[in-house]
Ligand binder design. Structure first.
Ligand SMILES: [Zn+2]
Length: 225
């Protein structure tokens, strides 16, 4: 299976879906990560992303090079086009990206651009939104803004890989990792994973909102089932 993670910034892919990515990789799925912003200004985090990707088993990281915290200043089409090209080249079946109502504007742009790039006809069968700690849960709880998980993935065996991947981001010029109880602390990553686990009867889990799933006949017969 081919899996694409669309992340606005370096570290979102780890915070949002790191355990799930490692789980995919361990099952033999090919995972690519696309980071929309360059990760050099102001954090110097691109190198960290490559190291985190190694920890998680990601095959390839694609940086689109947009300016950090400025994604919403340009035309959405400028973000959509390279994403469409990536989807056409890699042909992912599953795509993970941000939650569309995050407090961070870059995350919203990432969601909106991904919705277009993965629209019906793109070949993508499943689109899911992840949480980005310190953005998704900090949104004002009005007007249907609250992240409401509908899919849980068991990350009991990959929670440590997620934490280890996050450790790579402590080496950025300005560390992405904060002391507990900040949501981007190692302890908080474990707390969130266990909380989502409690919600679904698992030791540790990542939670997603299912945006779209297409179940087609050829998918069911592809592996002879
Ligand atoms: Zn972010």
């Amino acid at each position: 299976m081919r899996v694409l993670v669309v992340s606005a910034h370096p570290d979102d892919e780890t915070l949002g879906a790191g355990g799930t990515v490692a789980r995919h990789a361990r099952r033999g799925d090919e995972v690519w990560v696309c980071v929309l912003t360059d990760g050099r200004a102001p954090y110097g985090a691109a190198e960290c992303t490559l190291r985190a990707a190694d920890v998680l088993g990601v095959k390839k990281v694609v940086f689109l090079g947009f300016t950090d915290q400025r994604l919403d200043e340009g035309a959405l089409l400028d973000v959509i086009r390279p994403l469409e090209q990536l989807v056409a080249d890699f042909r992912p079946e599953v795509v993970y990206t941000h939650y569309g109502n995050d407090v961070n504007q870059d995350h919203r742009v990432a969601f909106n651009a991904t919705m277009v790039a993965t629209r019906p006809g793109s070949g993508v069968r499943r689109v899911l939104s992840f949480e980005a700690a310190s953005s998704t849960e900090w949104v004002p709880p009005f007007g249907g803004n609250v992240f409401a998980p509908s899919v849980y993935v068991d990350i009991t065996d990959t929670l440590q890989a997620k934490v280890d991947a996050m450790r790579c981001y402590s080496d950025a010029r300005e560390s992405e990792v904060r002391p507990y109880p900040h949501p981007r602390s190692y302890e908080a990553i474990e707390v969130y994973a266990k909380r989502h686990g409690v919600e679904c009867g698992l030791y540790a889990a990542e939670a997603f909102m299912l945006v779209r799933e297409v179940i087609a006949d050829e998918e069911e017969t592809a592996d002879g089932t």
